[in-house]
Design a protein around this ligand. Structure first.
Ligand code: F6P
Length: 529
């Protein structure tokens, strides 16, 4: 089985949406609210402790109906089944896409290459649990007999962003360990970090699916050299573990096979925090909290798989995003979490969304004739209100915005939370209502309003709700990829730059420049002078 190749722009619903767009593009949301007292009642989804209110969108009942028809015509239901069943839907790499299996509770087997993968997933989780408990409890001792105090996750992209984001987001639940992340190859950064660390009490978790990534291996080698200034080769096993599919390369680096936690080809790097890549998360918040994160994601998986599309949070958010991207011509979307703990959520989602859906070739191997991947950006509120919100309110671009907020704070501080959340509600209201021109009001103070937003109001930031939130966006991007008729699970677009960097490195190191375009030639000459 494979995802069907259907050109969305040739479907009846897409064509109807084009006609419909001409009718509604000038509609004022305020009028839609005025004309229908039940609008919000109809346009929201309550699911567990999540509430999605999507009524502040430039969409009528008919828009929603046509978008839902588009999902049907694009074979979405069947595509979702294929995702969960382990069909080879990452066709260009001939791989299944099974991050959902990492958090699955199902007892039926999921078979890849004639093997049920569930027992293997459970074995790895049991190892993660035992290992993290030993480190957290202090039972595991470093080479000088001291418990570990600091963890350094060495990885990049999907081997860094997920664990870094979750670890930050769940600071409230953290234990005594200090967890650090090294990703960039920038030597200045690693130097600064190493100066704060003590080799006797630091554990390094080298995370690389391929174990060939330049940044990660360079950083890991620098760290190992630093470590061996105070310790012996035999001490490496107490201070270095790896997470990888490439056992051989990890061993070549000097990590004993017992210290390698596996990854699998059927989980993409940017979807991998739910497996062994989450080891730093387990170390930071303990295995039980990690389990709750998985539980939350699993609950969202079940919602996505089973809920009717009109009450399916990821599906509705994906369809509305397509509405703006492909009909209104919006190119970007903002995501604004009202929690400082979530300050790494957007960079994390940027990889997930843009690496997945930044594709211009359709599943039929033809260049697409419509826009695909949205550009996502954002920062927590209220900081972002004092930075770029001016442009969302009064700029010339239409930027659909997701507001994510929590009913309860974690530490209390009621006054702070009430103020934070009053800003949360005020922003989407201001975007909707604007401030109309009136006599005596200078045009500079007019807000046109009619700027769309979704509001996700969640009970509380917990490991479980965070798991659901992240899975929501994973599924949203999947739906969009299905509808845009692209392959969301490969990332060939990152390869060319890596290849060129390797050959340029050789030229820099030997001082012998090959022929480049004249700009690059000029810059390299200047660098080498
Ligand atoms: O360059 C992009 C990428 O391939 C990502 O998809 C991946 O998450 C990251 O590099 C890191 O790769 P690895 O885990 O193999 O080091």
């Amino acid at each position: 089985m494979a995802l069907k190749a259907i050109n969305p722009s040739k479907t009846t619903s897409w064509q109807k949406l084009q006609v419909h767009f001409e009718q509604v593009k000038g509609q004022k949301m305020q009028n839609l609210f005025a004309a229908d007292a039940k609008r919000t009642e109809k346009m929201h989804v309550n699911w567990q402790d999540f509430c999605l209110d999507y009524s502040k969108n430039i969409a009528t009942d008919q828009t929603i109906e046509l978008l839902l028809q588009l999902a049907q015509e694009m074979d979405l239901k069947n595509s979702i089944e294929q995702l969960f069943n382990g069909a080879i839907i990452n066709q260009t790499e001939h791989r299944a896409v099974l991050h959902t299996a990492l958090r699955s509770k199902q007892s039926e087997p999921i078979v890849i290459d004639n093997q049920d993968i569930i027992p293997e997933i459970e074995r790895v989780k049991a190892r993660m649990k035992a290992f993290s408990q030993k480190i957290i409890s202090g039972q595991h001792k470093g080479f000088a007999g001291h418990p570990i105090t600091d963890i350094v996750n060495v990885g990049i992209g999907g081997s860094d962003l997920g664990p870094a984001m979750i670890t930050e987001a769940l600071q409230f639940y953290k234990n005594r360990l200090n967890v650090h992340f090294v990703s960039n190859i920038d030597g200045d950064y690693i130097q600064d970090l190493l100066e704060t660390l003590v080799p006797e009490t630091t554990l390094f978790v080298v995370v690389s699916k391929t174990f060939t990534t330049q940044e990660t291996l360079t950083n890991a080698n620098t760290i190992k050299d630093w470590f061996l200034k105070s310790a012996n080769e035999k001490d490496v096993s107490k201070h270095f573990v790896a997470v990888s599919t490439n056992l051989l390369k990890a061993q070549e680096f000097g990590i004993a096979s017992d210290n390698v936690f596996p990854m699998w080809d059927w989980v993409g790097g940017r979807f991998s925090l739910w497996g062994a890549v989450g080891l730093s998360i387990c170390l930071s918040i303990g295995y039980d909290h990690f389990e709750m994160l998985l539980e939350g994601a699993n609950q969202m998986d079940l919602h996505f798989k089973n809920a009717e599309f009109d009450s399916n949070i990821p599906v509705m958010m994906a369809l509305l995003s397509i509405w703006y991207n492909n009909f209104f011509g919006s190119q970007t979307e903002a995501i604004i979490p009202y929690s400082q703990y979530l300050h790494k959520l957007v960079p994390y989602l940027q990889q997930g969304i843009m690496e997945s859906n930044g594709k211009h070739v359709g599943r039929d191997a033809e260049r697409v004739t419509y826009q695909t991947g949205t550009i996502v950006w954002g920062e927590p509120g209220t900081n972002s209100q004092h930075a770029f919100f001016q442009l969302i309110h009064q700029g010339t671009k239409l930027i659909p915005t997701d507001f994510i907020g929590f009913k309860k704070s974690l530490h209390g501080h009621k006054e702070h939370h009430d103020k934070l959340m009053s800003n949360f509600f005020a922003q989407s209201e201001a975007l909707l209502m604007g401030r109309p021109p009136k006599l005596g009001l200078t045009p500079f103070k007019v807000f046109e309003g009619n700027k769309p937003s979704n509001t996700l109001l969640i009970d509380k930031l917990t490991p479980k709700s965070l798991g659901s939130l992240v899975a929501l966006y994973e599924h949203k991007l999947f739906v969009q990829g299905v509808i845009w008729n692209i392959f969301s699970f490969d990332q060939w677009g990152v390869e060319l730059g890596k290849e060129l960097a390797n050959s340029i490195l050789e030229e820099i190191q030997t001082g012998k420049l090959a022929k480049h375009d004249s700009s690059t030639q000029f810059l390299l000459n200047r660098f080498l002078k």
